[in-house]
Design a protein around this ligand. Structure first.
Ligand code: ATP
Ligand code: MG
Length: 320
């Protein structure tokens, strides 16, 4: 499989003071592959995704790096070229559907607007939209077409947003915690729906979550982020069977047991560093039970081995 997306040494900073929020992040996504991005709140997951789409908030800036999509560096494209890629080739679904939906516009009009804003060869636009709504499990697409977002439940709005993101058959779908606000049953339905559509369309996917359990059945590989950096990359099986980074092991230990609903079994003691702290050692060392002197004085590089990559001087299982 060739790479659809290659992020190389991406750093995102606050423009004013150059505080680093995403720090030298590199990873790739093969055509048709689904990858999970996992880490605690503040680890830089959303900023990495927004960088791909060229949607960083004012005041933030990409300080260095490359984002190659189908061989083109997105960071070198004009605003116009980027707008054409967004929605058309790379689409995003957000945690809160109202980020993408306009509350005072009928759903049908909003979906029409998405089609109108891009070049495509869809002859019957309304039929295409109704098919799209039906495909995400909306029972009465005609009625949905003429409804406002507030007439729907949270789970239904999330389906509408997924339909919107798939309208132009993007090659890459980025999902940023789109099920966190939903109850467990609806969450499962949405995950199954996205998994099915991804398979059917052979679409690549980047699924962002703080919960490794959510992505386990959905993705091929997982990227673990901590304090703005990638600390481990590996296949789902490898990561669940033999996590290499003590942080990944901690994330796994804090997963709820099967059937035990949301109760946490254990949690990693301590809190991540704040983004204004300049860290030249292992950022996880203060929370790590296996940390030794070197972890407090040097920063481990992300090193590849046969089963993945890890940034740790003393990886679990002895591999490095
Ligand atoms: N516009 C901004 N200005 C200043 N700091 C920001 C801005 N946006 C994000 N940050 C900071 O950058 C860091 C990374 O943020 P990001 O949103 O990528 O985290 P995340 O991993 O997506 O977390 P969460 O799980 O809470 O969504 C955080 O410390 C956050 O406070
Ligand atoms: Mg986020």
């Amino acid at each position: 499989m060739s790479n659809l997306l290659e992020i190389k040494n991406l750093s995102v900073v606050i423009s004013d003071d150059k505080r680093v929020l995403v720090n030298d992040v590199s990873f790739e996504l093969k055509a048709g592959e689904a990858v999970g991005v996992v880490g605690e709140s503040g680890s830089g997951k959303t900023l990495s995704a927004l960088s791909i789409l060229g949607l960083l908030a004012r005041g933030l800036r990409i300080d260095s790096g490359e984002i190659n999509f189908q061989g083109k560096d997105l960071l070198k494209l004009s605003t116009e070229e980027m707008r054409e890629i967004r929605g058309n080739q790379i689409a995003m679904i957000y945690q809160d559907p109202m980020t993408a939906l306009n509350p005072v516009m009928k759903i049908g009009d909003q979906l029409m607007e998405v089609l109108d804003s891009h070049e495509h060869e869809i002859a019957d636009r309304k039929a295409h939209i109704l098919n799209g709504l039906a495909a995400v499990g909306i029972a009465d697409p005609d009625r949905a077409f003429d409804s406002y977002p507030h007439e729907f439940s949270g789970g239904m709005r999330q389906r509408v947003m997924i339909a919107m993101s798939l309208l132009l058959s993007p090659q890459l779908l980025i999902a940023d915690e789109p099920t966190t606000a939903l109850d467990v049953t609806i969450q499962r339905q949405i995950l199954a729906l996205v998994a099915r559509e991804r398979k059917r369309r052979q679409m690549s996917m980047l699924w962002i979550t703080h919960d490794l359990g959510v992505v386990a059945n959905l993705v091929d590989r997982v990227i673990v982020m901590y304090a703005g950096r990638v600390v481990e990359v590996g296949t789902v099986e490898e990561m669940f069977k033999a996590p290499k980074h003590p942080y990944t092991a901690g994330l796994l230990a804090s997963l709820p047991a099967v059937g035990n609903n949301r109760e946490k079994l254990a949690s990693i003691p301590g809190v991540p560093p704040k983004p204004w702290q300049v860290i030249n050692n292992c950022a996880f060392a203060p929370r790590c039970s296996s940390a030794k002197d070197i972890c407090f004085s040097h920063r481990p590089e992300l090193k590849n081995n046969q089963t993945g990559s890890v940034a740790c001087f003393f990886p679990l299982g002895g591999a490095s």
